[in-house]
Ligand binder design. Sequence first.
Ligand code: GDP
Ligand code: IMO
Ligand code: MG
Length: 431
Amino acid sequence: MPVQIIVGAQWGDEGKGKIVDHLSEKVDIVARYQGGANAGHTVVVPTKGPGGMTTKEYVLHLIPSGIFHRHVKCVIGNGVVLDPAALMTEIGQLHQLGIPMKGRLLISHNAHLIMPYHKLLDTIREQGDQKIGTTGRGIGPAYIDKYMRTGIRVVDLLDRDILSTKLKRNIGEKNEILSKLYHSKELDVDEIIHEYQEFDKKIDEYVTDTSLYLYDALRKKKEILAEGAQGALLDVDHGTYPFVTSSSPTSGGACTGLGIPPTAISSVIGVVKAYSTRVGNGPFPTELNNEIGERLRKTGGEYGATTGRPRRCGWLDLVSLRYSLRINGIEKIAITKLDVLDDFDEISVCTGYRVNKKKIDNFPTDLRTLELIEPEYRVFKGWKTPTSGVRSYSKLPARARAYIESFASLLGTRVWMVSVGARRDQTLIVR
Ligand code: GDP
Ligand code: IMO
Ligand code: MG
């Protein structure tokens, strides 16, 4: 069956956008299954400049990363929490680039909407004690309403009365919380109804039953790519809870988030950055709070694509990756940003954890144990040669291949692709 799932194997920002864009050339549909505009997926595409061909970088937050391939249909699934304001901005930007959207973008009628109060609550909750370091995009509060069964869905925009009843109930509750707990100003129901009905007019042409659409596509043997946002270690069930996002970025989330059966999945590809990064708070066993970490951040341009925050950087962590491979069912990996390591004399890889001097084999997901971890490292000699101009895997420096092959073998997985730059041509397929 023709559904491939692309998942981030670490804490997000592995380079999923680039990999999805690469694979989109050969698929019919790309479908986002969870998260919202907290994601920032970068795609670098060739464009005509005044002096000939050049490239331009685009950051997608809600629209699937296949959008730059005109034959690809892009689905925003029911598992996504949709911020219409963010979506309109993104559609507007793509229209300006001359990217056609009509008939190509399909939005699930069952996707939940991010409302202005979700963003407000997200921001003010973060002023409390246990800061998660969220993106402030209203993600947690919108999923709270979804699971409280009080959420407002895209389909609710169709009927002013339903929208108004639901909004009044929600806003009544939210205003109470906002004024009692946060001394914040009250929200105006009529203003929000007006704003969201205006959105409805603009997105109506894209809204459909995407689960049914995907079912038909599966019957017609179309190739589908399910695009995960965030990463496995930010998964609400399997990540470093509570320092996680509020959805299921792991491969399991693709079925519920798109309304497709598990039997439709043919493979799961994990995107792995050649080192580790994390934005926001929470445990990070191999974090480097020193000049090596600084160097990784600077060389790798490790600043959030959505919020611009500096990303925390550290060495590759095979213990967490082994866990990620296990819970996602990853059979092959794409390694990104290898070029960032080009100039390092030595490169370390975490091969094991010790907690209170005792070796532990499995990734712990409770905070107390995570905070006690002492990583054990294996040190590789750097290749000290630029790789961004290399165009075939066999032409990579021997030490770069040794690095890749050793860690893949320690992980017990197959390397399918190595990326040595953000551009499309900087992509090496491993035969
Ligand atoms: P995503 O959220 O997983 O899609 O990743 P982001 O777009 O947030 O972050 C990845 C960043 O690395 C983006 O700026 C990409 O353009 C860039 N990138 C992707 N692959 C490579 C690579 O192989 N080398 C380098 N140097 N940059 C890359
Ligand atoms: P992509 O798809 C990296 C992080 C936030 C915070 C936590 C919860 O680009 O890889 P949220 O706003 O989701 O409630 O924040 O999750 N986070 C990400 N980190 N990449 C992302 O997306 C992220 N989306 C959320 O920084 O720690
Ligand atoms: Mg990102």
